[in-house]
Write a protein that binds this ligand. Structure first.
Ligand code: UDP
Length: 234
């Protein structure tokens, strides 16, 4: 049983079956999954992505700077944090959202002390704004936050039940890895589960990353309990 985990949720997961935006039903379902882990005694920190609204690299073009796009992406993560916080609290899961991008009227600023104080009260902490700087993604921000908040593992939830040798949606011969070393992930160009920067940081600090399917009921709680789910990168 892990004492504390960092759960990375992408924007795509929050849009449910829609093509964008925020799906309340999906968020309620995630609340239930997280609640199971919390009730079993694991504290949960969530880093939210923003790809359901905007991604910096996709917005950038001849007229829009990449940095501008990245700030829009960070704002997108804040929209997700706001609505996810409401849904979690509505579902009876005591939750506070914080942001790494200054925006006093919208969300409380992330500080280490504030986050730790919420966790001490067994609240779920959602963090928006990534790291608050451009040219990064929320995957790298997730690993960094896991280190800062002393989480035992990073749980990166995906659409399939772990890391495969190829995309299982396209290649029927793709096989799943139960375990991988950081080096194997960094050196294999076919493995693109997380940015290399995120994996590099996890490797340097020896922080395990568990890749598993969000939509398999009970997976988050099982990963939090230390059971073998998906693929563990360590
Ligand atoms: N972003 C950033 N710095 C950060 C985190 C995120 O600039 O520390 C921007 C970046 O443009 C990114 C967008 O915010 O594309 C949304 O985050 P991400 O793409 O990681 O969301 P996800 O794919 O997980 O939904």
């Amino acid at each position: 049983m892990y004492k504390r985990i960092l759960l990375k949720l992408s924007g795509e997961q929050l849009q449910g079956e829609q093509n964008g935006g925020f799906d309340t039903d999906r968020a309620k379902w995630i609340a239930h999954e997280v609640k199971t882990a919390v009730q079993a005694g694991t504290q949960v920190v969530i880093m939210v992505g923003g790809g359901n609204y905007a991604r910096g690299a996709q917005l950038a073009n001849d007229a829009i700077q990449r940095i501008t796009g990245d700030y829009v992406g960070m704002l997108a993560t804040m929209m997700n944090a706001l609505t996810l916080e409401d849904v979690f609290n509505h579902q009876g899961l005591d939750t506070r959202a914080l942001t790494n991008v200054k925006s006093d009227q919208v969300l409380d600023q992330f500080t280490h002390r504030r986050a730790m104080s919420h966790l001490a009260k067994n609240r779920v902490v959602i963090v928006a704004g990534g790291i608050g700087r451009p040219f990064l993604t929320t995957d790298t921000a997730a690993v960094s936050l896991a280190l800062e908040l002393d989480c035992d593992a990073v749980i990166k939830t995906t659409k399939v039940d772990g890391v495969y040798s190829a995309d299982p949606a396209k290649d029927p011969g793709a096989t799943k890895y139960d375990t991988l070393s950081y080096d194997e992930v960094l050196q294999n160009p076919a493995i693109a589960v997380m940015d290399k920067a995120a994996i590099g940081l996890a490797m340097e600090q020896n922080k395990p990353v568990i890749v598993c399917d969000l939509l398999a009921a009970g997976n988050v709680a099982r990963a939090a309990a230390g059971e073998a789910v998906g693929t563990i990168i360590s």
